[in-house]
Design a protein around this ligand. Structure first.
Ligand SMILES: *[C@@H]1O[C@H](CO)[C@@H](O)[C@H](O)[C@H]1NC(C)=O
Ligand SMILES: *[C@@H]1O[C@H](CO)[C@@H](O)[C@H](O)[C@H]1NC(C)=O
Ligand SMILES: *[C@@H]1O[C@H](CO)[C@@H](O)[C@H](O)[C@H]1NC(C)=O
Ligand SMILES: *[C@@H]1O[C@H](CO)[C@@H](O)[C@H](O)[C@H]1NC(C)=O
Ligand SMILES: *[C@@H]1O[C@H](CO)[C@@H](O)[C@H](O)[C@H]1NC(C)=O
Ligand SMILES: *[C@@H]1O[C@H](CO)[C@@H](O)[C@H](O)[C@H]1NC(C)=O
Ligand SMILES: *[C@@H]1O[C@H](CO)[C@@H](O)[C@H](O)[C@H]1NC(C)=O
Ligand SMILES: *[C@@H]1O[C@H](CO)[C@@H](O)[C@H](O)[C@H]1NC(C)=O
Ligand SMILES: *[C@@H]1O[C@H](CO)[C@@H](O)[C@H](O)[C@H]1NC(C)=O
Ligand SMILES: *[C@@H]1O[C@H](CO)[C@@H](O)[C@H](O)[C@H]1NC(C)=O
Ligand SMILES: *[C@@H]1O[C@H](CO)[C@@H](O)[C@H](O)[C@H]1NC(C)=O
Ligand SMILES: *[C@@H]1O[C@H](CO)[C@@H](O)[C@H](O)[C@H]1NC(C)=O
Length: 575
């Protein structure tokens, strides 16, 4: 650690500081308060509170603030004051604009592509600016910096996890150029960030009054509806009765990569309490199931839904993490007043199953090959904490960062194409690194590469992909393609978040026996893309918690851009 800090602090213009708001359970004792709500007492407490002292940002400097939102957080309050007030009607050059950016899981980097400036929202930040999109490709949001920012974001709007706020005083290629001449204005900011949470993890929601039933997975669970080829289910059943106007929320943790989640309602009975006093024809009723990853489903915000009175809800290739399941007897978008009058009680037995293929197989039919890649630290790293990933296999020598693909490719196929999957883990502390993927071949490359955070990718479900030079995730802020020729592919996923990543190769089945053609692949975690294009130095720094390690390019005077690939006209100093 000393070595790293020594290295990075040798840079006089070290501006890359990260402050982390951490949470300790003991905060509850100190700050706990009772909130009286309509339905009796429920508790929320200040989990953490951080005062950010006045800080000056010179032109092209930036700061990151990270905020850890635990799964039981209820809201985060952000109050910032700055010496600058941008007149939203007179925005001229975006490159000199003071900005605030938000990103989940990794630090924002608004100038990876200058096309990403189209992602800039020229408007005031408001509480309603958040929520909805979970698209990793685009999930960064940037706003012009305001004189005063006051936000209260609830767990209905943003998901738990580590959120990064970036304050930038100008973006674009000049930001990373060696700052011998500083033009433009400095600004200062100060702020407070407070995280509120629910004191009981079985009570969540904005008001900490939503009861959550925790579903757990029993490995000995045998589904009554067995016969799902090759897959081992874990799951269970739970019986519940609901008033027609009521609802029930469950949570289910997916702790290792799975192929499917199936949610089924069994033994559904609709009982009219007052009049007929008996079972009624249930085919006209709905039992709606809304599912959302990471946070509670809302009327318009959910990932999957089905009427489980009619058919089970199937979630293919679910992401790792906590899934929230909301059951309610009526379609959320129907009028509830008409339904309330029916005085009906619905009883059902909820069955949940998480299905997995055997260890070396994957896919909805368990027919494709899967490899869990092992991490190897680079022996002579360019900077610290660089590593590469190799399949655990006798044919692979750990001396080389690349491995031959031929022997690994899936043999069986349901069509012309098949998949081969790779899983790898990015340590949380390395979330400020970039995943570098390379494929080189003696012949024309005929496969495609898909990447997905927390699960297996599929044709319809990926975070980044490469198909060919014209069809790829180019246009995403965090996908950077450097080589797309016939025989070699090289791309980076910029500032990849920590956790499990799934990579899928989609390739023609005929590839497997053309063993005379050598195709190799390498996946590595690197600190600065393309070693700053040989036009700069890769600087690194640990955040204040000492847990996350970030890198950025500090470019020569004539170059700029996040990877120093942009040549700047030095005579005028302006590009
Ligand atoms: C992006 O940057 C390149 C190189 O600096 C420049 O040629 C191009 O015009 C820029 N595009 C946009 C949309 O600003
Ligand atoms: C967001 O909500 C909080 C609390 O309700 C309020 O104090 C604040 O002014 C709101 N901010 C904006 C920008 O709407
Ligand atoms: C932050 O909190 C301090 C002390 O509670 C207060 O003096 C300051 O005005 C607050 N700053 C903002 C931006 O709300
Ligand atoms: C939680 O409290 C809010 C406000 O008091 C109320 O509108 C909401 O219906 C309550 N939710 C539940 C599930 O009790
Ligand atoms: C459904 O009901 C039948 C008979 O009433 C019972 O045998 C069965 O165990 C029930 N299934 C579940 C999952 O509760
Ligand atoms: C229930 O209602 C549907 C039409 O709404 C009808 O087709 C079906 O036969 C009824 N079932 C029973 C058991 O009455
Ligand atoms: C729920 O209601 C909406 C709008 O009325 C409708 O489009 C949707 O199909 C309904 N869903 C089900 C499962 O009935
Ligand atoms: C439903 O129940 C309430 C009281 O529980 C009663 O006042 C109302 O008349 C009932 N409605 C019907 C349609 O039975
Ligand atoms: C799984 O097998 C079924 C039937 O054999 C086939 O229709 C389906 O396309 C296969 N799905 C995948 C993802 O391979
Ligand atoms: C593919 O088949 C060959 C021979 O049939 C076998 O040696 C090889 O291990 C298989 N590869 C995979 C990934 O299943
Ligand atoms: C690139 O891939 C897309 C879709 O996979 C295809 O339509 C297009 O023809 C390909 N382009 C080239 C140049 O191969
Ligand atoms: C990425 O897209 C931009 C414009 O959308 C284009 O100019 C550039 O050539 C593309 N890069 C690659 C490698 O396809």
């Amino acid at each position: 650690m000393f070595l790293i800090l020594g290295h990075s602090c040798s840079n006089f213009f070290l501006v890359f500081l990260v402050f982390t708001v951490t949470c300790f359970k003991s905060c509850w004792v100190l700050y706990g308060e009772q909130v009286q709500g309509g339905d009796g007492p429920h508790k929320s407490a200040t989990l953490s509170s951080f005062i950010y002292a006045t800080t000056v940002l010179k032109p092209y400097e930036w700061r990151y603030i990270s905020v850890d939102l635990p799964p039981w957080f209820s809201s985060v309050t952000i109050a910032l004051e700055s010496s600058i007030g941008v007149d939203l009607k007179r925005i001229g050059k975006v490159s000199t604009l003071p900005m605030i950016c938000f990103r989940e899981g990794s630090p924002p980097l608004p100038d990876v592509y200058n096309t990403s400036l189209t992602g800039l929202v020229i408007d005031r930040i408001s509480n309603s600016s958040f929520g909805g999109s979970q698209d990793l490709q685009m999930v960064e949001k940037c706003y012009p910096m305001q004189k005063s920012v006051s936000l209260m974001l609830t767990n209905e709007q943003i998901r738990p996890g580590i959120w990064y706020f970036g304050l930038f005083n100008g973006i674009g290629p000049l930001r990373t150029q060696s700052k011998m001449i500083n033009r433009g204005h400095s600004y200062s900011f100060s702020g407070n960030i407070t995280v509120e949470g629910c004191t009981n993890s079985a009570m969540l929601g904005k008001f900490c009054n939503q009861t959550i039933s925790l579903l757990s997975c029993s490995d000995t669970y045998i589904s009554p509806e067995s016969g799902i080829a090759n897959m081992t289910p874990c799951g269970g059943t739970e019986e519940s009765c609901l008033d027609v106007a009521g609802s029930k929320v469950y949570s289910l943790d997916v702790v290792s990569i799975a192929e499917k989640i199936i949610i089924t309602a069994l033994n559904i009975t609709f009982t009219q309490s007052q009049r007929s006093n008996g079972a009624i024809n249930s085919s006209g009723h709905s039992l709606m199931c809304y599912v959302r990853h990471g946070t509670l489903p809302q009327p318009q915000l959910y990932d999957y839904f089905a009427d489980i009175n009619r058919s089970p809800l199937v979630i293919p290739l679910p992401r790792l993490g906590r899934w929230y399941i909301k059951i309610l007897p009526a379609n959320l978008s129907e009028s509830t007043s008409a339904i309330q009058e029916m005085n009906t009680t619905i009883c059902y037995s909820l069955e949940w199953q998480v299905l997995r293929c055997p260890a070396d197989k994957a896919g909805l039919n368990c027919t494709t090959a899967k490899y869990t890649l092992q991490t190897f630290l680079k022996r002579t790293p360019y900077v610290a904490f660089e590593s590469y990933y190799l399949p655990i296999s006798g044919e692979v020598s750990s001396g080389s960062a690349s491995f031959p693909l031929g022997p690994l490719l899936s043999n069986s196929s349901d069509g012309d194409y098949t998949w081969t999957f790779f899983l790898l883990d990015i340590p949380d502390g390395a979330a400020g690194g970039n995943i570098h993927v390379r494929v080189t071949s003696e012949a024309k490359i005929s496969g495609e590469i898909y990447a997905r955070y927390g699960g297996f990718p599929s044709l319809s479900n990926w975070d980044y992909f490469y198909s060919n030079s014209t069809s790829n995730s180019n246009g995403s802020m965090f996908f950077k393609l450097y080589d797309a020729s016939d025989k070699s592919v090289s791309f980076y996923i910029i500032y990849a978040r920590g956790g499990t990543w799934g990579f899928g190769l989609r390739h023609p089945i005929s590839n497997r026996h053309s063993s005379t053609v050598e195709t190799t692949m390498s996946i590595s975690l690197e600190r600065c893309p393309e070693k700053c294009s040989s036009h700069g130095a890769c600087k690194s720094v640990l955040d204040s918690s000492g847990l996350t390690f970030y890198s950025f390019c500090d470019c020569d005077r004539r170059n700029g851009g996040f990877d120093c690939s942009v040549e700047l006209v030095s005579s005028s100093g302006i590009c």
